[in-house]
Design a protein around this ligand. Structure first.
Ligand SMILES: Cc1cc2nc3c(=O)[nH]c(=O)nc-3n(C[C@H](O)[C@H](O)[C@H](O)COP(=O)(O)OP(=O)(O)OC[C@H]3O[C@@H](n4cnc5c(N)ncnc54)[C@H](O)[C@@H]3O)c2cc1C
Length: 407
């Protein structure tokens, strides 16, 4: 089959990044994705796979993490940034620094927009700290960030972009095709990524809680510390469900393209940021981010940020990063070969990644088959309306729901 948008969508290789959108098209919600009425530029689709940088003379390389210059654990020194951060607020701190020090004119970020019963991601340009604070928190949903960038193609301003590994890969493909995007987007700040579910998950959670989407005033996946809570604010009060326990409240699992992703740490970004899930920090209730700089320019910026008291940072070992991200790295990098094999045996299409981007180890095919089977069963139960009952029965769904009534 010709590789066009239909190929990507029908083969579940789409992750909804928006790179293929025609900038003049309308967008609608279909099966949990935002899909445009008109497509163009399918040759910049990161869903089909992309090249990850390999070992160079100048920089270090580790299969699990990609090419890197320096690695730190870091925390923003700004209390207002930390208040709503996913972990150490480092992505927002870097963005604020780039703005304040005039490295760029704006930062491309994403917030969740709640309007008329629709809870949707909304990319926008942040021009100051207040704008950046509105974007804080991880959005575990497809975000058509790259369709937004197309609206900037004639801009004379410069920007930094905050996004997931696949969005940043899509941007690189767009920049290769049209160098104008290189002049416009000067820096990328990527998050580590273990994948996300489609937008049907949120609406199903509302149904479970008997909340009408029209009554929702505010929604966030994370917040209130590390790991924090999914929070739904309605007219009646606030619902809180511990992260990531809410994941098992529905039969939807991480989308297929995320399961076939080999980019755990945003290997193409200038700055790659994640959560420091390490006992030594968690025991002391320290919210720390991990930051990997991928080139000297990014490392120099981080050094300036420390000198100017935007952040505190400490060197971090590769082993600590891999330990902190072991679930994500094990899934995306170590088990990938076996997972790809199972999908191939089942005649499913795969994204193209060089074999050097993931481990050559042969892990158990049976494990992958079991996981795939369980995802399919839970999905079918969800569609049949039986998931909640079965998930409670087998004690899969044990998420505690906290409700604070409005006073
Ligand atoms: C889908 C997803 C999966 C993730 N998986 C992991 C993981 O496996 N391991 C790990 O350590 N960390 C993961 N993270 C990253 C982590 O949750 C934090 O974002 C990161 O550690 C930075 O924390 P912070 O406190 O600096 O972020 P904050 O100060 O909260 O800033 C986050 C920034 O990211 C932007 N953003 C959030 N979600 C999206 C999105 N979907 N698309 C585009 N931009 C977005 C926001 O606009 C904001 O500017 C994931 C994030 C996402 C979005």
């Amino acid at each position: 089959m010709l590789k066009n948008y239909k190929y990507t969508i029908e083969n579940k290789l789409c992750m909804g990044c928006g790179a293929c959108f025609d900038e003049n098209s309308t967008i609608e919600l279909q099966k949990g994705y935002l899909i445009p009425s008109k497509f163009k530029d399918i040759d910049v689709c990161p869903g089909l796979g992309y090249s990850l940088p390999f070992a160079t003379k100048e920089y270090c390389y580790k299969m699990e993490l990609g090419v890197y210059d320096k690695i730190f654990s870091a925390t923003s020194l700004d209390k207002t940034i930390l208040e709503k951060a996913s972990s150490g607020g480092i992505m927002t701190a870097i963005a604020e620094f780039l703005l304040k020090e005039n490295f760029v004119d704006g930062i491309i970020v994403t917030k969740i927009n709640v309007e008329n019963g629709k809870i949707l991601p909304m990319p926008y340009i942040a021009r100051n700290k207040e704008d950046l604070l509105l974007a804080q928190g991880s959005k575990y949903m497809p975000v058509p960030l790259l369709s937004f960038i197309k609206t900037l193609s004639k801009s004379e301003e410069t920007f930094a972009l905050i996004g997931t590994p696949c969005q940043i890969a899509g941007l690189h493909l767009m920049q290769e095709k049209n160098p104008k995007y290189k002049q416009i987007i000067k820096y990328t700040i990527g998050n580590f990524c273990g994948g996300f579910r489609d937008l049907r998950e949120i609406y199903t959670i509302f149904n479970r809680l008997k909340i009408s989407a029209e009554d929702v005033e505010n929604f966030s996946y994370r917040g209130g510390g590390q790991p924090g809570f999914l929070t739904i604010k309605t007219r009646e009060g606030i619902y809180k469900i511990a992260y990531p326990k809410y994941n098992k409240m529905t039969g939807f699992s991480t989308i297929r393209r995320c399961r076939l992703c080999v980019d755990a740490t945003a290997e193409l970004a200038d700055f790659s940021c994640g959560d420091a899930w390490l006992k030594k920090f968690l025991n002391k209730k320290e919210c720390k981010s991990i930051i990997i700089t991928r080139n000297k320019n990014a490392s120099n910026i981080l050094e300036l940020m420390e000198k100017q008291k935007y952040i505190t940072r400490d060197k971090m070992s590769i082993d600590d990063v891999i330990e902190a991200q072991k679930t994500n790295i094990y899934s995306k990098k170590i088990r990938q070969k076996a997972r790809r094999k199972i999908f191939s045996i089942l005649c499913k299409k795969l994204p193209d990644f060089k074999e050097t981007s993931f481990s050559s180890k042969n892990t158990r095919l049976l494990t992958e088959l079991k996981v795939l089977l369980s995802h399919s069963i839970f999905y079918c139960l969800q569609v049949l309306g039986l998931y909640t009952f079965i998930a409670k029965l087998i004690k899969r769904d044990n998420a505690e729901i906290i409700f604070e009534e409005k006073k």
